[in-house]
Write a new protein. Structure first.
Length: 229
């Protein structure tokens, strides 16, 4: 295919300036013109395809295409257990801290919050989950196991661009499953009133509001859930 394009004068293949072993292909002037013509033909074909549809039908089609795109993105998300020291985990936690600092009244300083250190989020003391979408961190969540006490959920976060994919619920379910597999029977978490979507998620997932069980300075709500046996 590439040789055919070369023969038609549409592309030029050259060795890379950075590495002579690598060859790069670029469109010639004729190639750029050909691509522009193909784009125009594609636009005309799409317009002809949509022309018989009424405005409401076009809106439905656009909405359906957007839903397909969201579902494909959701299917591409990978959730794995990771070392909290891994670069992707570091990036996710930094993004989490940055967002809380922007959304909380008076900001957010993790040094003043109840700890969730690397050691506390690593086996056997805990675990850390990282969600990635197309190789980029898209969310995270962690567990802190406390002998003789309920397990704590920490560092729950979903990247803004990954919201609407059901990732928060998926991370929460993964944490619950992994906690249950390690013998946990009760999960606890606290959250800030600014995180309305998180509060809604926890309530819809069966967490009930309880009295404060710690002195987290940034918390307004404390939740607890008993895992099925």
């Amino acid at each position: 295919m590439l040789r055919s394009l070369q023969g038609d004068g549409l592309v030029v293949v050259e060795p890379s300036r950075a590495d002579a072993r690598v060859r790069t292909a670029r469109l010639t002037g004729d190639g750029l013109a050909e691509r522009a013509e193909l784009d125009r033909r594609s636009d005309r074909a799409a317009a002809a395809l949509l022309e018989p549809l009424s405005a409401p039908q076009r809106d439905r089609l656009i909405a359906a295409m957007a839903e397909v795109e969201r579902l494909l993105a959701a299917s591409a998300v990978q959730v794995t257990e990771a070392d909290p020291r891994h670069p992707d985990a570091r990036r996710a936690v930094r993004a989490y801290v940055t967002e809380l600092a922007q959304r909380f009244d008076g900001g957010f300083d993790p040094a003043l919050s109840i700890s969730a250190s690397d050691e506390e989020m690593s086996p056997p003391a805990g675990l850390f989950l990282i969600a990635t979408l197309h190789g980029e961190p898209a969310g995270c969540g962690a567990l802190k196991f406390r002998p003789g006490a309920p397990t704590e959920i920490k560092r729950m976060w979903v990247a803004p661009e990954a919201r609407g994919l059901g990732l928060g619920r998926r991370l929460l379910a993964e944490l619950e499953a992994r906690a249950a597999a390690r013998g946990a029977r009760t999960l606890r978490l606290e959250t800030n009133r600014a995180l309305a979507e998180a509060i809604s998620l926890y309530r819809s997932a069966g967490y009930r509001e309880v009295a404060a069980f710690n002195d987290e300075p940034y918390a307004h709500y404390w939740f607890e859930k008993t895992l099925p046996t």
